[in-house]
Design a protein. Structure first.
Length: 308
């Protein structure tokens, strides 16, 4: 479990948001389904089979419905921090917290997580537990929201609150930056980490419709230092007007950006490729490039710039 010093998110509130969203998720799960398809495509890129798999943070079971036999999965366990979501996901589902996994070491050939790990306080600790739950040479495949997610909403809420209330409080959760993701995987002991990203733009009639959709997804603010109580009506109305002014499109709709970071890594195994020792290369880069090799510290003459 993360220490109190690392409690950026109120995990009990995350659980309550998920439980509330479980009642209406079928009207708001399009993003979970879209990204689940992208994860499943990445799984299809490998020829390996993964008989025992875990869907960590399963929401309503979107990933399970999307897999369609990809990955050779024979037994899929689904888990979510909210019991109501796990119940919605269907068979072989349980409530489990990503910060305290209940699974024995080397339980799974594959662990997947679709748009859930961005709510974890101690992400390095959660990744370490995931790696321990994998068998040697097991695959970890995940998506989570990145730092550019909801950049438009972040901007207008800050401006509206400053203008109307004279101060600001955290209203949009902080997200992992892509530049940090690879290091987190290595820190957790994973091998062969790969990180990439997508940007998905969704349009809405107005900012209030976006906020209603986030609520229906269970993705509303759960920052521990958030302002308690309801947002002031004047602030929300000003935010709606600012969103339209700053980001409104010609058809009157407003865009919302969701940056999705994808993590791919393997539990270490002796059969995996290893990086070569420094100096062990058998061919020179200069020869491959058809260039002249210069010793370290030598000065390379630069030709004079052409006259104009």
């Amino acid at each position: 479990m993360g220490s109190d010093a690392m409690a950026v998110f109120d995990r009990r509130l995350v659980r309550r948001h998920r439980a509330r969203a479980a009642k209406v998720l079928e009207h708001h799960d399009f993003l979970f389904t879209d990204v689940a398809e992208r994860l499943a495509d990445r799984l299809a890129d490998t020829t390996r089979r993964f008989p025992r798999a875990l869907d960590l943070g399963c929401h309503g079971g979107e990933l399970a419905r999307t897999l369609g036999g990809r990955g050779g999965i024979e037994w899929l366990v689904q888990s979510d921090v909210a019991p109501a979501m796990a119940q919605r996901a269907g068979t072989c589902a349980l409530a489990a917290d990503e910060e305290a996994l209940p699974f024995a070491s080397a339980s799974f050939d594959l662990v997947m997580s679709n748009l859930s790990l961005h709510w974890v306080n101690d992400l390095p600790g959660a990744l370490l537990q995931i790696r321990q739950a994998l068998k040697p040479d097991g695959l970890f495949l995940a998506s989570l929201f990145g730092g550019e997610t909801l950049r438009e909403l972040r901007t207008i809420l800050l401006e509206a609150e400053l203008e109307v209330e004279g101060g600001v409080a955290p209203r949009v959760s902080p997200f992992t930056e892509i530049r940090d993701a690879g290091g987190l995987l290595q820190r957790a002991g994973f091998a062969l980490p790969v990180v990439d990203r997508d940007e998905i733009t969704v349009t809405y009639p107005d900012a209030l419709a976006l906020m209603r959709d986030l609520r229906g997804m269970g993705e509303t603010n759960a920052v521990s230092e958030r302002r308690r109580g309801f947002s002031r009506r004047e602030t929300l109305l000003r935010a709606t007007a600012l969103y339209q002014t700053r980001f409104g499109q010609s058809d009157g709709r407003i865009p919302a950006t969701f940056q999705v970071i994808y993590l791919t890594a393997w539990s270490p195994h002796s059969s995996q490729q290893k990086p070569l020792r420094p100096g062990s290369a058998k061919a020179r880069l200069a020869a491959a490039l058809g260039a002249e090799e210069q010793a370290t510290g030598d000065t390379i003459p630069i030709p004079a710039a052409p006259s104009r």
